[in-house]
Design a protein around this ligand. Sequence first.
Ligand code: FMN
Ligand code: FE2
Ligand code: FE2
Length: 413
Amino acid sequence: MQAVKIADGIYWIGANIHTEDLFEGIWPIPKGVALNSYIVKGDKIAIIELVREWAGAHHILLESMKSIPVDVKDIDYIILNHLEPDHTGFTYMLHKLAPNAEIIATPKGAELVDGFYEIKNNVKTVKTGDTLDLGRGKEFMFAEIPNVHWPETMVTYEKSTKTLFSSDAFGAYGVHKGSIFDDETPDDHKPYWEEEMLRYYANIVAMFSTSVLKAIDALKDIEIKTIAPSHGLVWRGKPEVVVKKYIRYANYNQDYAEPEICVVWGSMYGNTGAMLSSILKGIASENVPVKIYRVPNDDPSFILGDVYKSAGLIIGTPTYEYEMFPPMKYLLDLLKKKRMRFKKVLFFGSYGWSGGAQKDFDELSNNMKWDILEPVVFRGYPTSEIQKKGEDLAAELARQVKEIPTKIKDEDY
Ligand SMILES: Cc1cc2nc3c(=O)[nH]c(=O)nc-3n(C[C@H](O)[C@H](O)[C@H](O)COP(=O)(O)O)c2cc1C
Ligand SMILES: [Fe+2]
Ligand SMILES: [Fe+2]
């Protein structure tokens, strides 16, 4: 693998990972993920973000470094913006290969360097505003962006090239497809990146949306020519596009999101499922875009992406041992954890004896700022009157959703 030059003295040396493994042990990545790592060369040499030893990533990193050429033992600084092991798993090994290198992290980051890798010596802590001169005009400035995505997170800004190494902020799932740069991305790859970026945001970042908006505000006076995140594209053509995308995503849980509906249903014996066509008929009558998922058949990672983006949410679940169907309960728990707030919601489901799913749903959806229509719960199979009620309420939800203004106004890149 060859390094890719980003600017004078700045190189991408990341690894595009294809794996059966789940990201963070939970999220499928069928289209892979890029672990971006960067070399900055002045008189001194710095590496920013690493990889974990995953699908040969450490080997790729060392080979790319050689192509610059940089000899690993000559590295002076290992800059760890964020200590999550997808970017730091290689630290222990790199510390042996580059014994003189100083590790740079925030004070909370330094605690994790010790906690994960038992490294205490040669660790320098930095805080917002601190600088590091590499010589030959290359100078870093650091800025803490706590809770994007972990509490110790910072960004590193190279002043001469105006490059922001933004850690997980502005990242995406997905491997690079021929180029690492936004301005070399063919138009037909753009829906792929939008999907992978939104799903990454919904899975990984959504909970921290307030911190994302704070970080963007804190960095607004810094002139940025290139955004180099730890996953996804490097934005050197139009970095403002990814910033606006992230502002849009962050606002999806501060207010109602897009005028679309996501239907998520589960059913053991088809009674709850029998309502689905009436629900979809109601939505179709108002011509509102809809995504449909079934639990547990569809993976929550993908469901989260579309629930997050949609202002409308319809949940269909039977009662299972006095509560919701377990895979739906798990999904609701994730929606709560990821703060998927401000939705127009309809609930439906079948029960056999005394029910319970709806009560469970009401408890789990408490404090979510959801606007919930009258529920459609029924014993056994839905009668034609119940089906009509479901259709009418779904149409009512669709009408409410249609009134929400569209937020997607991305510039092209
Ligand atoms: C494992 C299991 C647990 C159930 N637990 C309850 C329950 O606690 N309360 C209830 O009213 N019905 C309960 N039922 C009955 C179902 O809710 C009922 O059969 C319903 O129609 C199933 O809807 P479905 O066909 O969409 O799966 C249970 C059924 C099964 C198979
Ligand atoms: Fe992270
Ligand atoms: Fe990451």
